[in-house]
Design a protein around this ligand. Sequence first.
Ligand code: R5P
Length: 291
Amino acid sequence: MHVIGGTASTALGERVSRRLGDAPFAIPFLKRFPDGEMYLRVGGRMEGDDVVIVQSTRTDADFLELLLLEDAVREAGARRIFVVVPYFGYARQDRLFFPGEPVSARALSRLVELNADAVITVDLHSPQILSHFAKPAFEASGIPAIARALRERPVDLLVSPDRGGIDRVRRMSQLLNKPWFALEKHRLDAEHVEISVGDEPPIPLEGKDVVLVDDVITTGGTIVEAAKLLKARGARAISAACTHGLFLRDAFERIKAVTDEIYSTDTLGNPAEKASVAPDIADILRRHAAT
Ligand code: R5P
């Protein structure tokens, strides 16, 4: 098995190759034509081999690179192509909200799977997106990776900033054997939320080391409001943990100002990267490649 790390996921791609028993790892040569179009080339022999491409698709250019990589690897004679998209962009538009819109998540899923034999991703915006793939598609969770990072730290209590994250925080609670509860979130607009906990938190917060668990941190609005509320209710220390750390604009600094520690996995490069999903991705690859 060969592993190719696209420019959005070079470090994670290399980690996946190591977890696959030091599978040969390569990065593509990439440049822009004078008119701005993307050119890439992949080296090495691939004829008859299984090839894994690892590329998060946070930007339009990331998507384009992934599609070109898949075509290049197919042309190079790969037997099977496993496409790993650690962070799958355009996933928020996963259904029609108003007439005339695209279902962007479905449109991009169809393109990504065109040259793939299987697709693997991590903590999708909504699990229904998997149903857009006609080919085998798998979703790894970032929760075990974060749990591995938290295992050595003092943790008393796990909190989800909203009720949509209950399955996630419950899974973390099983892995770390710690209690949990969920806050109530009301979104005001794309950047602002209101968070509440009722008159009394379901579990007392005084003197506790609390970890806020979320799938993605984007503007930071959710975590900042949740951390402020938990602190005001007596929590001793607050950590923020997420699978996908987008940290738009000054989100990282704003969260740092109200928390004691920030944890993110390596699906997107960021300053809070303290946990790797490489073992979880490699497990799925190993299982699927054996079929
Ligand atoms: C929402 O349902 C998600 O789980 C996250 O809580 C949300 O997307 C985080 O966004 P932001 O950092 O912009 O508040």
